[in-house]
Design a protein around this ligand. Structure first.
Ligand SMILES: [Ca+2]
Length: 197
């Protein structure tokens, strides 16, 4: 089974709407995430034992990620901006998972006008989750009390994905990796873009 979830329309709705949710990624049981090998179409698995931690972001985002790019890093060592209350208040996810205990690896993504961006997160090492929100600033994160655009969250085990569609004009978003219950670990995030239908 290739994890090409975002090719289907169901991927937009977040974790509960994706089919095959009963299939637990076998990466949970393998020491190096064997199950996701096929999905990456030849890309090696994310290394779990190496430290991919990067210096703490000076503002909110560590750096930018663009369409077609792939980043391997870790959320370890980053600041903690987002908690259960934030995710509920912005309708990212209703799920409470002690998100306040885990730091986030945040990236700035500009989606060109009339394009859709599918963001994929591979987390064979720990159960990390993927979020996005429309927000124009890289240097400061939104809070529960700031006005933002729509938020998307994907909180499955193994691989997560969110879809962002830019209508009318370029849209600036933040996309980030957060952990449940204090989790930190290595991940791969990649962004694939194509014209919006
Ligand atoms: Ca957090």
């Amino acid at each position: 089974m290739v994890w090409s979830l975002a090719c289907g329309p169901l991927a937009i709705e977040g974790d509960e709407a994706v089919p095959k949710s009963g299939e637990r990624p076998a990466a949970q049981t393998g020491p190096s995430g064997d199950a996701v090998t096929a999905e990456a179409a030849g890309e090696p698995d994310v290394a779990c034992d190496d430290s991919l931690a990067v210096p703490r972001a000076s503002g909110c985002a560590i750096e930018s990620i663009a369409c077609g790019e792939s980043i391997e890093a870790s959320n370890a060592g980053q600041a903690r901006h987002f908690d259960d209350a934030f995710y509920r208040s912005k309708f990212c996810t209703p799920r409470s998972a002690d998100y306040e205990s885990s730091p986030e690896a945040v990236y700035a993504l500009t989606v060109p006008a009339e394009m859709q961006a599918d963001v994929y997160l591979d987390t064979p090492c720990e159960d990390l989750d993927l979020f996005s929100i429309r927000w124009p600033h890289q240097d400061r994160c939104p809070t529960s009390s700031t006005s933002t655009g729509e938020c998307e969250g994907s909180t499955k085990e193994g691989q997560d994905t969110v879809r962002i569609v830019a209508v009318g004009r370029d849209e600036k978003h933040l996309v980030w990796v957060d952990g449940k219950k204090g989790n930190t670990g290595n991940f791969r995030m990649r962004v694939e873009c194509r014209p919006a239908r």
